[in-house]
Design a protein around this ligand. Structure first.
Ligand code: 5GP
Length: 207
């Protein structure tokens, strides 16, 4: 049976450490493909075009929407963020699990369009730790930090709609936990419909 790739949606409060976690997951295990989003926000120091994001103008982003070139998109703290369609479809066809690191509005759109997607929410060990990480990053102004904390409070309302929460305390442990949950999700009946149907048909033919 050919292994089918699934969509893994990873959300979490800004500063929860999703980026580091995802990079480590992809580095440690072979079968993952990390989708690079398109955004209208400005690059942070050290961010590279095509690596963290494809940085585009508002006009370019809106053109991509018109062309139906995005699997989902959302407005987050005054900027657009979206998932380019082509890469995702190509990787899934190859049987790879595609990771989308996206916020909650996009995550819920994916859940509707792709019911077999696995939704994970990364949480910091505590809110004190979250604030410390956001301030420690040193790349955002106090105004942006407070906007992001407010947004975190809004996102917390939707956590119950995710399949799993993952607490990001120790990096390696958290990466292993995510990988294990994804492996288990592959074996759920909802993600093996074809295999089950075929077996049922073969059984019926024998009766
Ligand atoms: P940041 O500006 O910190 O890189 O990202 C802000 C938020 O946008 C994060 O919660 C991140 O997960 C989310 N995000 C990044 N790419 C996408 C995307 O393609 N679609 C959606 N809906 N959210 C995204």
């Amino acid at each position: 049976m050919k292994r089918k790739g699934i969509l893994i949606v990873v959300s979490g409060f800004s500063g929860a450490g999703k980026g580091t976690l995802m990079k480590q997951l992809v580095r440690t295990y072979e079968n993952y493909a990390l989708s690079v989003s398109m955004t209208t926000r400005s690059p942070r120091p050290g961010e590279e075009e095509g690596k963290e994001y494809f940085f585009v103008s508002r006009e370019e982003f809106e053109k991509k929407i018109e062309q139906d070139g995005l699997v989902e998109y959302a407005l987050y703290c005054d900027n657009y963020y979206g998932t380019p369609r082509e890469y995702v479809e190509r990787q899934l066809e190859k049987g790879r699990d595609v990771i989308l690191e996206i916020e909650i509005q996009g995550a819920l759109k994916i859940k509707k369009k792709f019911p077999s997607a696995v939704l994970m929410f990364v949480m910091p060990p505590s809110i004190g730790e979250l604030k410390k990480r956001l301030e420690g990053r040193g790349t955002e102004s106090p105004e942006v930090i407070s906007k992001r904390l407010k947004r975190a409070a809004e996102e917390a309302e939707g956590i119950e709609q995710y399949d799993y929460i993952v607490i990001n305390d120790k990096l390696e442990e958290c990466v292993l936990k995510m990988h294990t949950l994804i492996l288990a999700a592959h074996d759920a009946p909802v993600r093996n419909k074809e295999f089950i149907e075929n077996m049922k048909k073969e059984l019926e033919a024998l009766c």
